[in-house]
Design a protein around this ligand. Sequence first.
Ligand code: NAD
Length: 475
Amino acid sequence: MSGPTQLLDESPLLDRVQAPAGQGREILDAATREVVGHAPVHTAADLDAAVAAAKAAQPAWAGLGHERRSALLLEAADAIEAHAEPLARLLSREQGKPLNGPNARFEVGACATWLRAAATTPLEPEILVDDETGHAELVYRPVGVVGAIGPWNWPLMIGIWQIAPSLRMGNTVVVKPSEHTPLSVLAMAAVLNDVLPDGVLAAVSGEREVGAGLAAHPDVDKVMFTGSTATGRKIVEASAGNLARLTLELGGNDAGIVLPGTDPKAIAQDLFWGAFINTGQTCAALKRLYVHDEIYEDVVAELAALAEGTPMGNGLDEDNVLGPLQNAQQYDIVRSLVDDARERGGRVVAGGGPAPELGPLFYRATIVADVADGVPLVDEEQFGPALPVIRYSDVDDAVASANRLDAGLGASVWSADRDAAREVAARLQAGTVWINGHGGLHPMVPFGGVKGSGYGLEFGIEGLKSVAVPQVISG
Ligand code: NAD
């Protein structure tokens, strides 16, 4: 591991990864719109070279064995922690998320946690038959070269979710960060590469064509993709060419259902952060909330008070826990969905418009009551700080509403009655259903979507298996 342990400023790290002066693509601070740095723009030839290096390095990396690879991943986790503050600052500037709250420092901390979990989770051979009829066991071998393609909302954490298990299982990785947040991912890769052998991890930076080139590359054996459902479909098409195995973590439109008899005050904070974590730019955030008529107004009032009272602003200011939208496209989506909901009769009880005094991409934390299924703010993924709250009187109707969309990443049920909540949870079509919480993840608990939210699992033993190929040893 290299570098001092108490680095605070992001500029040395940035200088290691950005394009030479006068070259590359400008990356703006999401809060101030000042230039953070210049991302290299890699070409098709750069991509080919990165994949070729990864392919060449893979047999020796696999040959190191689990123990040595895991030891290196633990060192890599230490290296991330040694650079935690500059990584968090760079992430905060580029992505917009504040240092504090469930945001930039939290994200960098999670990278170390997930690296350690991938390094220390055992994956033993499975004995399938061992009796007078014979012996057969299932072992997990590396797939080869993994292409890791990520989004802009949690760029470091999602990058590690793809990189850590892949490396642990003896694969090499070429990572392609989102064109909106390349610098922080390149910086993290540089920190990891202080520890890893050459060729084991490469980062290529560029627009969507670079992602498309990686997904379709003949020498890529597995694609880990996190991003929109539309791009996910293109990756499935690309896999017809190289037959790459796929893990697809796609968009979500998670529903939460608050059952009658629930105390609004007791759940308000967790509901709020379930929806507004990372200023709503989270795949498995609560994106539409169904509340029983009996407690509807009280839940709406609690959420409105939190939305109005939670500090928003520049992420480097230690007081703020909500930030801007990361980019203008997403800002426009949120703004038009809320305007449209208002025009259709939605009651805006908090926020409801831009916060230009904070910067051009800030939009106030918004709660919209009295909306119904069919309103685009309910039916489409807003991916920002605006939560629609829908009234229901029959739990069966709320379950039907939750299940009616082609998305199934997460869902939640809120009630003091655990049995009632579990009964409703069992009827929801989602990869994860949380009870009295939303979006909490654990490195040992598999995570993945159903329906339009994709397929394949990440984390824990299932996550390791998904970046490996099963092999039967028989006899
Ligand atoms: P996006 O699909 O636009 O881009 C994601 C990545 O794919 C980027 O790196 C992009 O350059 C690349 N890409 C674009 N076209 C490509 C192609 N044809 N082939 C290969 N790669 C291509 O998504 P985004 O806007 O960055 O992210 C937001 C979306 O991601 C939201 O829908 C959100 O719900 C989803 N998301 C899902 C999860 C999850 O775990 N399920 C997590 C975070 C975000």
